[in-house]
Design a protein around this ligand. Structure first.
Ligand code: MG
Ligand code: MG
Length: 254
């Protein structure tokens, strides 16, 4: 799974370097598709079943789009934010991660939204080392976002990941009594989950657009999304979609 994670990381590095005013989301998608092909990785997003099968290897969700945006002719302009989410498998094992980027200069409040969302993902990974149940991590994630004055999206959650991109358990970024009672899980060695907070500047409410995929905020305010694939090991959480460590390279047998 680390090998898949490294390719996902490399794809994101390349995509990040392309984000600027004037680029289209379709150009980013085609570059990621070529990157996966070059590294012998199988894209996981293309063909995901829905009312129409997902047509691209990544999701690009711009501004008020929360997740599942379809890459295409849309031209990014200064002041936009674009969430790029992608995943691949290498030798049958999956990796999945997402980042939100500012395009050119963005409004300070929008930057604060991005910082809060990447911050709450970092917090979750830290807490995975010192909490034994996901409900405790999720509760603190929700509090962190609330304390920043933003809202956690509740319609979409993270997931277990392994041979398939989406496996049990469901990994919410908030906690309810029903989750604690019926769906909570232990953070034990061997567990691998994709942790992916989606944070809205305004209402947590989202709606689907006409394309059957794109999810957008109901109030039109911006949204951000950060995701890592994280393994619990005997010595603590390991981010499988993190940058290469010394001696690791993208595409190597780590
Ligand atoms: Mg993802
Ligand atoms: Mg995911």
């Amino acid at each position: 799974m680390r090998r898949a994670g490294l390719v996902v990381w490399g794809a994101h590095e390349m995509a990040a370097s392309m984000v600027r005013p004037g680029v289209t989301t379709g150009e980013i998608d085609r570059a990621i598709e070529a990157f996966f092909a070059k590294h012998g990785a199988v894209p996981l997003f293309k063909g995901v079943p829905g009312k129409v099968p997902f047509p691209a290897v990544c999701c690009t969700s711009v501004n008020d789009e929360v997740v599942h945006g379809i890459p295409g002719p849309r031209v990014l302009v200064a002041g936009d934010v674009v969430s790029i989410d992608t995943g691949c498998s290498v030798d049958g094992w999956c990796g999945d991660s997402a980042f939100t980027h500012g395009v050119g200069a963005i409004a300070p409040e929008t930057q604060r939204l991005l910082d809060c969302t990447s911050g709450v993902l970092a917090l979750a990974i830290e807490l995975m080392a010192v909490r034994s149940r996901w409900s405790d991590v999720a509760s603190e994630m929700a509090k962190y976002v609330r304390d920043h004055g933003f809202s956690v999206v509740e319609n979409f959650v993270g997931h277990g990941i392994g041979r398939k991109m989406h496996e049990d358990p469901q990994v919410p970024n908030f906690c309810t009594p029903a989750f604690r009672k019926n769906h909570d899980f232990e953070l034990e060695p061997g567990l691998v989950i994709a942790v992916e907070p989606m944070v809205n500047m305004g209402t947590k409410k989202v709606r689907a657009l006409q394309d059957h995929w794109t999810q957008s905020t109901v109030d039109g305010l911006p949204s951000a999304h950060f995701e890592h694939t994280v393994a619990i090991t005997e010595t603590g959480p390991v981010v499988l979609t993190a940058a290469p460590a010394a001696g690791e390279t993208v595409g190597s047998a780590a």
